[in-house]
Design a protein around this ligand. Structure first.
Ligand code: SAM
Length: 325
């Protein structure tokens, strides 16, 4: 199996996890970064979420890939390298890999060692000839991405940066632009960026997708507290918090929160945090776009929308972008 290359220890260690958690819980609106959802159990729960009837996101994007991978491949050159930040299970890229000729290298780029190993185990047997160069690191750190492009000589070739799953929606617009600027850097001058975005739709469909009846999403959200207990000596009582999904009209986004059911205090690595009854920890944003609002956002990262592929309900869009030089 391919060896994991760690892009920067600094952004994948327990220390950065602890600092991010302490920082987030010290804000007036307490928050926790969603990038820490994916430990072993979080990764397994996310896989369950993708199969839920309420969670249209994965099955819709897979259907678009199934229908249009051939057309997408026709718009891309041969001899590409593909970089997939936040690759997760690696299931989606398999559709593209099956249609693209002579892919040079596939670079799965993940913050979660568990997800990275999972994607390797999935893809290696399917594409035994493919060179896979896994990277463990954080795609939100611009410095790291710059270094990565240099170290791997990715900046000298034509690359496709593939970013499915509407992961971009987890970021507020300013950060999303910064991330797309990183992708611009990674794809090189003649490269391509393919991003999956979740589209604005009926509010109840959105709320249900993030608050399923079987409560798998609730378990996924609360698992972040369990991870803090396990890895950072936290004392969260999981039954003292309830999962909630909210639609924020102003920012066109679904928010996930964990709401304290009583007045309580929690200690994390000798730091004390007080919670009032009803106070929430904001754990995730999931921005919903229109094709136009997304194209405008991408323009601010010097990326131009070249083509979109959508499902028949217009729930989701795969957007191909080209860098402006
Ligand atoms: C919503 S999942 C999507 C997975 C996959 N791309 C898909 O479409 O099915 C988000 C993935 O991105 C990874 N991730 C989140 N934030 C990250 C970051 N800052 N750097 C690298 N990977 C990250 C997570 O570990 C997780 O596997």
């Amino acid at each position: 199996m391919s060896q994991l290359k760690v892009v920067s220890e600094q952004h994948t260690t327990d220390e950065s996890f602890l600092n991010d958690v302490l920082d987030g819980l010290s804000q007036q609106q307490k928050s926790l970064p969603c990038k820490y959802f994916y430990d072993d159990r979080g990764a397994a729960l996310f896989e369950q979420i993708t199969a839920l009837s309420e969670y249209y996101v994965t099955r819709t994007e897979l259907a678009i890939l199934e229908q249009y991978s051939h057309d997408i491949a026709k718009m891309l050159p041969e001899n590409l390298s593909i970089i997939e930040p936040g690759c997760g299970s690696g299931k989606k890229v398999a559709y593209l890999l099956a249609h693209l000729a002579n892919v040079k290298t596939f670079v799965p780029f993940e913050i979660s060692k568990e997800m990275l190993n999972y994607s390797l185990a999935h893809l290696s047997p399917l594409f035994p000839e493919l060179v896979i160069s896994p990277l463990l690191g954080d795609f939100t750190h611009s410095q790291m991405v710059k270094q990565l492009a240099k170290d791997t000589a990715l900046d000298n070739q034509t690359n496709l940066v593939y970013f499915p799953g509407s992961t971009l929606g987890n970021f507020a617009p300013i950060k999303a632009i910064e991330i797309m600027k990183n992708f611009h850097r990674l794809c090189g001058l003649n490269g391509y960026v393919l991003i999956g975005i979740d589209l604005v739709k009926e509010r109840q469909v959105l709320l249900d997708a993030y608050d399923d009846k079987a409560e798998v999403t609730a378990q996924f959200n609360k698992n972040l507290l369990q991870r803090i207990n396990n890895e950072l000596n936290g004392t969260f009582n999981l039954s003292g918090f309830n999962h909630q999904s909210r639609f924020n009209e102003q920012h066109s986004r679904i928010e996930m929160h964990l709401v304290s059911q009583c007045e309580q205090s929690v200690v994390i690595n000798n730091h004390l945090f007080e919670f009032a009854q009803g106070e929430s920890i904001h754990t995730e944003n999931s921005h919903k776009y229109t094709v136009d609002s997304f194209a405008q956002l991408a323009e601010q990262a010097n990326l131009t929308l070249a083509h979109t592929w959508q499902d028949c309900n217009n729930y989701f869009a795969l957007c191909l972008l080209r860098p402006q030089n």
